[in-house]
Write a protein that binds this ligand. Structure first.
Ligand code: HEC
Length: 157
């Protein structure tokens, strides 16, 4: 019996000990709360979603000019992912993005299925207008998006 209580005591002690033990990284340190704040801060807000979107928007354009439809579809999916993840971080922006996500991107996807440059270019114009519409709604109209003219991408067909 004495031995049994000792074992129980040890198990309880280890369990408590585990609960209070908090891992510390090299720079993600502090209380649980402070560590979450550090991680959230490093993930950033909506800005990095837009840096990624800006890059993928250009890639989408050149993919269309190359008639590289698989690459275009890939970039379109990643634009959607980048914006959805951005909205998870900044839900206040969701209202302005709703039309873009539920109508503009699906329309672009349909146009890619046609594998036709004229259809693509028309759809790309609509896309651009709607990038700017959201910028207006979000009161950042100075981020004025225009169809790319110079090509930097190493992905070429
Ligand atoms: C939610 C609506 C919304 C949509 C849709 C949207 N944007 Fe943005 N965009 C923003 C906001 C808000 C900012 C400013 C970000 C900030 O202040 O954190 C921004 C900023 C940017 C920036 C500057 C990013 C930087 O920090 O350098 C680029 C580039 C950009 N957008 C491109 C685009 C393109 C291209 C599209 C369309 C494919 C698009 N955006 C669609 C809301 C949107």
């Amino acid at each position: 019996m004495k031995y049994f209580s000792l074992v129980i005591g040890f198990v309880l002690f280890s369990a408590c000990n585990q609960n209070t033990e908090t891992a510390q990284g090299k720079w993600i340190v502090g209380t649980e709360q402070q560590k979450l704040e550090k991680i959230e801060n490093q993930f950033r807000g909506f800005d990095n979603a837009m840096v990624e979107t800006g890059y993928r928007y250009q890639e989408l354009y050149w993919a269309g000019q190359d008639k590289n439809w698989e690459y275009a579809e890939y970039q379109l999916e990643k634009i959607q992912k980048a914006i959805e993840n951005g909205l998870e971080r900044r839900p206040k922006r969701a209202k302005s993005a709703a039309y873009f996500l539920t109508s503009v991107l699906p329309e672009m996807k349909k146009s890619l299925e046609k594998k036709d440059s004229l259809v693509f270019n028309k759809s790309f114009q609509d896309l651009t207008v709607n990038c700017n519409n959201c910028h207006a709604m979000e009161k950042v109209p100075y981020f004025s998006v225009k169809t790319p003219t110079d090509r930097q991408s190493p992905i070429k067909k």
